[in-house]
Design a protein around this ligand. Structure first.
Ligand SMILES: [Zn+2]
Length: 270
């Protein structure tokens, strides 16, 4: 049975309000869809994660109600999250892929109800930078949110994960100093993530943030680099953004989110 503990009761209220608002929009627009479209829904902020706010406050089943595609992490920073076709996958520090219990909370994640606005082939032999150049051309407005799904084969795929942390939590840039890195060769799979505008600084990751899951569901992680043998990209342009802040999470309430953490982000993401 699903329990609502006092820590996320407040957020659940906000969440329910969001769902009613979303339902109202759907009714007003006469749309038949059950979930918000062209909307990025996010839990907490990247700067809170950088500061070490790893205690989750939104259960995965609530996250799935907001979107079927996305990325993030888990309670206590226990690995990398990729959500594909409405299923949550957890790539832990051992490099293996797990199906987490949906009652587990997330401290940071972003999801969409993915619907491709555009689909295009990616040139064989393209690396990470080359792929971003193609997507930048196809999704020309860099001031909108862009969700990305790429399916392909990769001659090289370099990923990392992060080990679960214990309190007192260290900042993310400290944790990732000793991150396990996985070098995969000739692997097919799915890349999921976002290209976000520069103005999300402090809230999410400006530019590209991508995670990977292999077709055999045996490997994946936060992408550091890759080279594509061939593949297809789908993009979903989003002009709506929803945030769920950890209302009653003690650490979030006391952490200093006033400073510019761009340099820390750069260290933690690469
Ligand atoms: Zn990541």
């Amino acid at each position: 049975m699903e329990s609502i503990n006092p820590e996320h009761r407040h957020c659940s209220h906000i969440f329910l309000r969001f769902l009613s608002a979303a339902a109202a929009i759907i009714i007003l627009s006469g749309c038949c869809a059950a979930a918000p479209q062209h909307t990025v829904s996010q839990v907490s902020t990247i700067d809170a994660l950088l500061a070490g706010v790893y205690r989750g406050h939104v259960p995965l089943r609530h996250l799935l109600a907001m979107g079927d595609t996305g990325i993030g992490t888990f309670d206590n920073l226990d690995g990398e999250m990729i959500i594909m076709n409405g299923k949550v996958y957890q790539i832990k520090a051992d490099g293996k892929v797990y199906l987490p219990d949906l009652d587990i909370n997330t401290p940071f994640a972003a999801v969409v109800n993915f619907k491709a606005d555009k689909t295009f082939a990616l040139p064989p032999g393209t690396d990470f930078k080359g792929v971003t150049a193609v997507i930048d051309k196809e999704a020309a407005c860099g001031n909108l949110f862009c969700a990305i799904v790429i399916h392909g084969t990769f001659s090289k795929m370099k990923t990392r994960s992060v080990p679960a942390q214990q309190e007192p939590f260290k900042p993310l840039a400290e944790v990732t100093k000793n991150q396990p890195v996985f070098n995969l060769n000739n692997v097919s799979g799915t890349v999921i993530g976002f290209r976000l505008p520069p103005f999300v600084r402090g809230i999410n990751v400006p530019g590209y943030h991508l995670h990977f899951l292999s077709d055999d569901l045996k490997s994946g992680g936060h992408i550091l680099d890759f080279e594509l043998t061939g593949g297809t990209a789908e993009i979903n342009i989003c002009d709506k953004f929803f945030m769920l802040l950890p209302g009653n999470e003690k650490m979030f309430g006391s952490v200093d989110l006033s400073k510019d953490r761009s340099a820390e982000l750069n260290k933690a993401e690469k």
